[in-house]
Design a protein around this ligand. Structure first.
Ligand code: LLP
Length: 387
């Protein structure tokens, strides 16, 4: 919890802004780095979750790799000190220019998601006189029991190569002269709240697919199990650091093909979500017919998750806490954007609020600032860092 002094300092800043707790990030990344050593699982941070420079510097500084999904993310990861041999690049629609960036920089792995993409990577590598390291992203057809917009491992999703194409895939890999097949890549979904159930299923399916490739004569040197560990949006202070140990232990206990291979994961949300908040000012408290509205100066353009996924983010009134406000009331907390989905939360019981109060919208470090946009020509929120 922030001190009353800190809150009064924050009250002087232009709102809305993202506020990052760098000590919590540091503690989280240290824990991940420690467990990575202990379990022998290599970790690549999913840059898409948050690509702010100071955050990348902290993560790269602990020796983690990067998981990128665009040419610009690859370049950004390199700029912030992630070594090329720890950078993976996935995505269903890589352009020729992006493939040239990846091949030209000799990154650890281009995770190809279709047969035509493998042919293009082979041709581009040939034209550059290089060999490209290629893993194949597999669609494992597993239900991660998560939101339909963030589940990725089902047959009907656009990601990866499905089992019915394994024959032609192996034939193609055997034929490509300029690629070095170095493994298989999986990712079943995001915000997974049943890690033991979902990741053990992923491991079993991975074992089956590794066996299929090896019986086809392809050594699977690297297994990348993707990201997806969920976080506690309801009560972030109860679980500021997600349960990485359960995830890593589940992999270690269930992945039979672990031995003799390199195993990788790609967490995004679980590393950065809890260290970030979106801080916004109450512009107006308005008494509606059946409810009271608290109208903030941050909108869905600053943090799109509630509008896009119906996502829950805990809301705190920092100023009311600092003045020791005792009364509470139920509010619909809403943003200023001209869309009825621009709502932070309905019927939230909060301390009695007034114009000028600072609210903190918690667990916004992942897919918050990274997905911000300028809808309604609104300014982008700045970032501040504590610690
Ligand atoms: N690897 C791949 C191939 C991915 O597609 C993703 C996320 C990750 C790793 C990282 O997953 P994480 O550990 O963060 O769950 N904007 C959405 C989340 C989209 C996730 C997309 N893929 C949200 O705000 O919930």
């Amino acid at each position: 919890m922030l001190s009353a002094n800190k809150i009064s300092e924050l009250e002087k800043l232009r709102t809305p802004f993202y506020l990052y707790d760098m000590q919590l990030l540091e503690d989280t990344v240290s824990e991940v780095a420690r467990l990575s050593e202990e379990y022998g699982i290599e970790v690549h941070y999913a840059v898409k979750a948050n690509a702010e420079g100071r955050i990348l510097d902290c993560i790269a500084g602990h020796g983690l790799g990067a998981d990128c999904v665009s040419g610009n993310e690859v370049l950004c990861a390199l700029e912030h000190g992630f070594p090329a041999d720890r950078i993976a690049f996935a995505g269903v629609g890589k352009t020729d220019e992006e493939i040239r960036i990846a091949v030209g920089n000799g990154i650890f792995s281009i995770n190809c998601e279709s047969l035509p993409e493998i042919e293009v990577v082979d041709a581009i590598a040939g034209s550059l006189g290089k060999r490209a390291n290629v893993s194949v992203r597999i669609n494992p057809n597993i239900d991660a029991h998560t939101h339909k917009y963030i589940t990725t491992g089902l047959e009907e999703n656009k990601f990866g190569v499905s089992e019915h194409e394994f024959g032609p895939l192996m034939e193609l890999l055997g034929r490509c002269k300029n690629i070095n097949f170095n493994g298989l890549h999986f990712h079943v979904g995001s915000q997974i709240l049943e890690p033991e159930e979902v990741f053990s299923l992923e491991c079993r399916r991975t074992d089956e697919i590794v066996a299929l490739f090896e019986s086809g004569g392809f050594h699977v040197e690297n297994i990348d199990l993707g990201g997806g560990l969920g976080i506690d949006y309801m009560d972030p202070d109860a679980h500021p650091i997600p349960d990485f140990r359960t995830w890593f232990r589940t992999i270690s206990d269930n992945l039979r093909s672990f031995r003799g291979r390199r195993v990788h994961v790609e967490p995004g949300r679980s590393i950065v979500a809890q260290c970030g908040s979106l801080v916004t000012r109450v512009l107006y408290v308005k008494h509606g017919v059946s409810r009271d509205f608290m109208i903030t100066d941050a909108g869905m353009n600053d943090l799109i998750r509630p509008a896009l996924y119906g996502a829950y983010h805990k809301i705190e009134n920092l100023s009311a806490a600092a003045r020791g406000e005792k009364d509470t009331a139920a509010y619909d907390v809403v943003g200023p954007v001209c869309e009825s989905s621009d709502v932070w939360g309905e019927g939230r019981t909060l301390p009695a609020g007034r114009r000028g109060d600072l609210l903190s919208i918690r667990s916004a470090g992942a897919y918050g600032q990274a997905m911000a946009n300028r809808y309604n020509l609104r300014d982008l929120a700045q970032a501040y860092y504590i610690g």
